[in-house]
Design a protein around this ligand. Structure first.
Ligand code: ADP
Length: 322
């Protein structure tokens, strides 16, 4: 049976490039003669029937916009048996045959649960700045977040150098250190603290002393929020060194802004691929990119697999701080 009507939503934490993905999903579907419905505010909006048809015009002028025009939300209610039941009921009420979910790890898990409860074809599209979703090398928004954080770090470097200060900069990453590692490597950090690798503060102290005595009077230390808080690292180092230390939390600015070319292209390719897979009869999958190729994995894969960080990059960063 061929598809007639699909729906698309953005869910969980917003990420730059979600709009570009949404645009690609909508236009690919329209190109193939499908009807497309947009669900506002993720699973929360699904439960509240915040659903409307989308046209090509609805997604015009958004390829360059951060955030998501469909808005996004988190929903505890959706996770309950009653919430799940309502979600299935609403999808059936609107005669939705397939649902494209653009979101992070949690949103994909929601997709897994839905796929077990109903016949609606589920297609996940990884969109999170954290880049922590297995089954894809990159998720939409990661590249932009890294570049945004890097721009901030480059600016801080100027003042760190001029005033001979050590800046401890906290970037996003509650459970994974992908952003910290990438940004630290690109920003020439003296040290990078990530949740995946235990670190020793005394070792950090010694590294700082060594580099100071080699004539380096300003440094950047990048910490993922899940590894340590910038303020705590600063306090510890301040107690044991004569250097001028500052702590900076980059915070939510990392989520916003216009997506990079990389994220726009990735989002467009993944959006097209998601709809193409549905049209080809595939279901309950998540699309991704691996080694530069568009791929897809069964959506349950995100529950069983974990994405591992490239520790060689951490070694390289340490080597560069000699
Ligand atoms: P992200 O998608 O960015 O990781 P969240 O983890 O907050 O963001 O997940 C977004 C939403 O997905 C949650 O508010 C919830 O409604 C749904 N969700 C998350 N985890 C599950 C789960 N294990 N089962 C069902 N739904 C889930």
């Amino acid at each position: 049976m061929s598809l007639k009507r699909i729906a698309v939503m953005t869910s969980g934490g917003d990420a730059p490039g979600m709009n570009a993905a949404l645009r690609a999903v909508v236009r690919t579907a329209l190109y193939h003669g499908l009807e497309v419905y947009g669900i506002h505010r993720g699973y929360a909006g699904l439960l509240r029937r915040e659903i409307e048809p989308l046209t090509s015009l609805s997604v015009g002028g958004i390829i360059n916009r951060g955030g998501t025009i469909l808005r996004t939300a988190r929903s505890e209610e959706f996770k309950t048996p009653q919430g799940m039941q309502t979600a299935v009921q609403v999808l059936n009420e609107f005669a939705i045959e397939a649902l494209v979910i653009i979101g992070g790890d949690g949103s994909m898990r929601g997709g897994v649960e839905l796929s077990r409860l109903c016949d609606v074809k589920i297609m996940g599209l990884p969109g999170t700045i954290d880049n922590d979703i297995p089954g894809t090398d990159y998720s939409i928004g990661f590249d932009t977040a890294v570049n945004t954080a890097l721009e901030a770090i480059d600016k801080v470097r100027d003042t760190a150098y001029s005033h001979e200060r050590v800046f401890v900069i906290e970037v996003m990453g509650r459970h994974k250190g992908f952003i910290a590692l990438e940004v630290g490597l690109a920003g020439g950090a003296e040290a990078i603290l990530i949740p995946e690798v235990p670190y020793d503060m005394v070792d950090l102290l010694e590294r700082l002393h060594d580099s100071y005595h080699r004539g380096k009077h300003s440094s950047i230390i990048v910490v993922a929020e899940g590894a340590a808080r910038a303020e705590d690292v600063k306090k510890f180092l301040q107690e044991h060194t004569p250097y001028h230390l500052r702590a900076l939390v980059l915070g939510h600015m990392q989520r916003g802004g216009a997506p990079t070319a990389f994220d726009r292209v990735l989002a467009t390719q993944l959006g097209v691929h998601a709809v193409q897979r549905l049209l080809d009869g595939h279901t309950n999958e998540m699309v991704g990119v691996e080694g530069g190729r568009l791929v897809s994995v069964p959506i349950e894969y995100i529950q069983t697999a974990t994405k591992t960080i490239d520790l060689r990059k951490l070694e390289i960063a340490t080597m560069m701080a000699i």
